[in-house]
Design a protein around this ligand. Structure first.
Ligand code: PEP
Length: 254
């Protein structure tokens, strides 16, 4: 039996890509998109949002950003606001990615502020959580992820929580070629869902989508995506490859 939750495949281009790649990727994805019941989102760098919005206008692919500033305007050199994302028809935004947590001091409190701003502007947050290798080896992976989740969504009304998507991305699996096993991933997704039932409501816990991220590619996607609690993938490196990303979309189309 299929899952109740519609699968979502999101590509995080990080600081990579070009408008040429967007056109090539769209062409490669197109045959699979037509009959697909999968939602597809691409999150390119800010500089490509406008032109990719135009490129994807007549398609079912949505546009996401990789970051947002919690304020709406002001003296924040180099930053982009949710109102600006609205103008570019951005529907999604990644928050709390482990690279931003590690390299740009993105704390849980900042993640929560960004989530609030995005929701006020009708943009759906993809909230990333995940433990480091040391934390997993010390047996702290569940408590670390639960803490990030609680803090990132704290105080939100249930209908706002339902507009969020969670991405479980073990830091040790990002860009390393090491994926979590499907059992490790499914078990963490179950922990997240149980926590959401406590934190929010049973409805939020059963309806919210939880993506897995960390070295997902066309070869390993099917096994991950067929797990009961995995509703899609947040894909880094393979989202830049025309011979990989369409295969990941196809793998979720079950
Ligand atoms: C990511 O950065 O969100 C990610 C999962 O990267 P990769 O797929 O390259 O591991």
């Amino acid at each position: 039996m299929g899952k109740m939750r519609k699968p979502l495949i999101a590509g995080n281009w990080k600081m990579n890509g070009s408008i040429g790649l967007a056109a090539d990727l769209l062409q490669a994805m197109q045959p699979g998109l037509e009959e697909s019941s999968v939602e597809v989102v691409i999150c390119p760098p800010f500089s490509l949002l406008q032109s990719m919005g135009e490129c994807f206008r007549e398609t079912s692919v949505s546009l996401g950003a990789q970051n947002v500033h919690p304020q709406i305007s002001g003296a924040y050199t180099g930053e982009t606001s949710a109102a600006m994302l609205n103008e570019m028809e951005v529907k999604w935004c990644i928050v709390g990615h482990s690279e931003r947590r590690a390299q740009f001091a993105e704390t849980d409190a900042l993640v929560r502020q960004k989530v609030g701003t995005l929701l006020q502007h009708g943009i759906q947050p993809i909230v990333c959580v995940g433990e480091s290798l040391e934390e997993r080896e010390a047996g702290k992976h569940e408590s670390v992820v639960v803490e990030q989740l609680k803090n990132g969504l704290s105080g939100l009304a249930a209908d706002d929580q339902l507009r969020c998507t969670i991405a479980y991305e073990p830091v040790w699996a990002i860009g390393t070629g090491k994926t979590a096993t499907s059992q490790q991933a499914n078990s963490m997704h179950l922990t997240i869902r149980r926590e959401l039932a406590e934190l929010a409501t049973e409805q939020v816990a059963s309806e919210i989508r939880i993506l897995y991220g960390g070295s997902v590619n066309a070869a390993n996607a099917a096994e991950l995506l067929e797990q009961s609690e995995i509703d899609g993938a947040l894909v880094g490196g393979a989202s830049l490859k025309t011979d990989q990303f369409p295969g990941i979309i196809a793998a979720s189309n079950v």
